[in-house]
Design a protein around this ligand. Structure first.
Ligand SMILES: O=C(O)[C@H](O)CO
Length: 347
């Protein structure tokens, strides 16, 4: 457990404005060594006792189940499954779960709702970083950068050849976005200067307020597959989107298309993707997310030259990770005070 000696001695103003000793402050469990900004916010608030899993690796499940007992708040990351078992172990004291992520597929929303537990998450602060990485991954995949550096390093670079390592360019292309939200818009804004001809998107319903900013046309899923030269997956993983990128979708795509996923691996049927890539049904795929994570190094997708796989780093900039950790801490504290959270996931 983390607690500075000064903090332990401190008589603090408790969450309801009463003077309380540190020992009587609500206990929060932080499931990972989150960036300093967030921890500093919790530490200097003098409103909570912090119990920290002080490691870059996930807390073992049994340890987590022990540690959450009696906690009022939980600050977690996306690798922790917050389900009925964990909530039962925590008990009725648990008031707030704050996840340092925009994705919330690791949270059992029904179970949280049933228990009246409030949820904080971290949208917006990571939009720029995720959009930037998505563009980088798209270009790395479509212009075959990973293959190219490999060839250059390993002697494959012979003479200049006319069609060697040719890829596909964004100029005059149609870019499709599956799930238009802030991140999809931010990706499109960054791609526009590459002279994209047209943006199209699909979602559960048209989103004109977002689409207008990037002049994107709402189309059906089938049209999205048929028209997109580049298809970027930006939707949340939900029961509805689970496995939605499957053989039916890939079969409708052009054999010159590039598929990019920076949302969640579960949106994609990876066996179908492997078949589509290895048979030439689509030209390439760039994945920042997979199922499982980490993807085993002997996974068939790693054998394909036309598949670029990153280890879930879309939001991994120092600025963004610090901002996510600060927002997660502020969400947690506000929730425990019974105030509006800066970013609450409303159920
Ligand atoms: O959900 C998220 O926040 C991303 O996948 C990681 O930053």
């Amino acid at each position: 457990m983390w607690c500075s000696r000064a903090a332990v001695r401190q008589v603090a103003l408790g969450l309801r404005g009463t003077r309380r000793t540190m020992a009587t402050l609500p206990r929060v469990y932080v499931t990972r060594k989150v960036p300093k900004q967030g921890l500093d916010i919790l530490r200097t608030s003098a409103q909570v006792q912090i119990d920290l899993w002080d490691s870059d690796d996930p807390v073992p499940r049994q340890e987590l189940l022990q540690k959450v007992k009696g906690c009022a708040g939980l600050l977690c990351v996306l690798t922790e499954k917050i389900d009925a078992e964990l909530l039962d172990a925590a008990g009725p004291n648990l008031k707030v779960v704050s996840t340092m992520s925009v994705g919330f597929d690791h949270l059992s929303l029904d179970e949280l709702k049933k228990r009246g537990i409030r949820i904080g998450y971290t949208p917006e602060v990571l939009t720029d970083a995720v959009a930037e990485l998505t563009v980088a991954l798209l270009l790395a995949t479509s212009r075959r950068l990973i293959e190219a550096t490999h060839e250059a390093k390993t002697g494959g670079w012979g003479t200049w050849r006319t069609l060697w390592l040719c890829g596909y360019e964004l100029a005059n292309s149609t870019v499709g976005i599956l799930g238009l939200g802030r991140i999809g818009v931010a990706i499109a804004e960054r791609l526009k200067p590459f002279k994209v001809k047209k943006f199209i998107y699909t979602d559960v319903a048209p989103r004109p307020e977002l689409a207008e900013a990037i002049q994107a046309e709402y189309v059906s899923m089938d049209e999205l597959a048929r028209q997109s030269d580049f298809l970027a997956v930006c939707c949340a993983l939900t029961p509805e989107t689970q496995g939605v990128c499957n053989k039916k979708l890939f079969a409708k795509m052009k054999n010159t298309s590039i598929f990019i996923n920076t949302s969640r691996g579960g949106v994609v049927n990876q066996e179908d993707l492997y078949t589509a890539l290895s048979s030439g049904q689509i030209a390439g795929a760039g994945l920042d997310v997979t199922t499982p994570e980490p993807l085993p190094t002997n996974h068939p997708l790693f054998t394909l030259k036309n598949c670029v796989i990153l280890p879930h780093i879309a939001s991994a900039s120092y600025t963004t990770r610090n901002a996510m950790s600060a927002l997660a801490a502020n969400n947690l504290l506000a929730g425990l005070r019974g105030e509006a959270m800066p970013k609450e996931l409303r159920l």
